[in-house]
Design a protein around this ligand. Sequence first.
Ligand code: UDP
Ligand code: MN
Length: 322
Amino acid sequence: MRLRFKLKTVFILYFTVSLLGLIYALMHLGQHCECSEHDMTKDRTISRLLGKLHSLQGHTKKEPTKPHLPTIYVITPTYARLVQKAELTRLSQTFLHVPQLHWIVVEDSSQRTDLVSHFLEHSGLVFTHLHIPTPQDRKLQEGDPNWLKPRGVEQRNEGLRWLRENIWAGETAEGVVYFADDDNTYSLQLFEEMRWTQRVSVWPVGLVGGMRYEGPVVEQGRVVRFHTGWRPSRPFPLDMAGFATSLRLVLRNPEARFDGNSPMGFVESSFLQGLVTMEELEPKAEMCTKVLVWHTRTEKPKMKREEALQAQGLGSDSKVEV
Ligand code: UDP
Ligand code: MN
């Protein structure tokens, strides 16, 4: 009887304690704990880390991938004279607007000049600076008419040599080669016309050959003859500024170069002959109906007053580069 009573008491006690424990637990369920401070710093750390991750992702994120563009290699012969820096300035500031352009500047000199070196370093362009002097017997002498000897021939060939020695001739050699004299005027549109040249693309050139323009004549999408005032029977009666060749064609024909000894008006033909036929020419600039490049020529500045002042020791400061 005594034992029974004891067992009953223990059972009731056990039951009561359990019930109280259960009530206590239920009362605290869902109640906010006193750890809000701790949670806030945790939240802040998480958001700070997320921010950091974001900014790191921003850093590593690649530029939105531009569609692949063939490089335009522009070969420019140039020589020292009063207007040289002005010509190069105008030219380079046109080229700065052309995406994916590599300027190959070839000085007609026995070494690179300081003027052109400094100029190119500050040009903001991708460039290669070369030099090769025109042999004395090939150089135009003071007073010679400008048609007597071709100019810039050795320099253009030097540019071609550089391309052949420095650009790999594989399938990836996608690009265009254009010969741009330093005194012409170039529309930006011209570079987009030539960019996808397969072999040789052509277009008219304004203010050349004693004409308003010269250029290919296109019928049914093909070049059938040339509009020129002089010897239309030449293989390619085109101005240097009137065509571009694909880089691949240049690299796969390592013998193609300009012949400085070719008769007047045949320099362009000496390069293009053997590379392409008239039928294969790719007419650009709206089937050769638009002039996008002009064979402008810069007047030689007169220095009469400068010379007079120099005679008195009052000439312009020679340290000022013009
Ligand atoms: N040129 C050169 N050396 C010279 C004369 C000209 O390198 O002794 C360059 C010139 O800077 C230009 C190209 O050859 O880029 C053609 O010369 P120019 O513009 O005088 O020829 P033209 O317009 O009379 O055909
Ligand atoms: Mn010129």
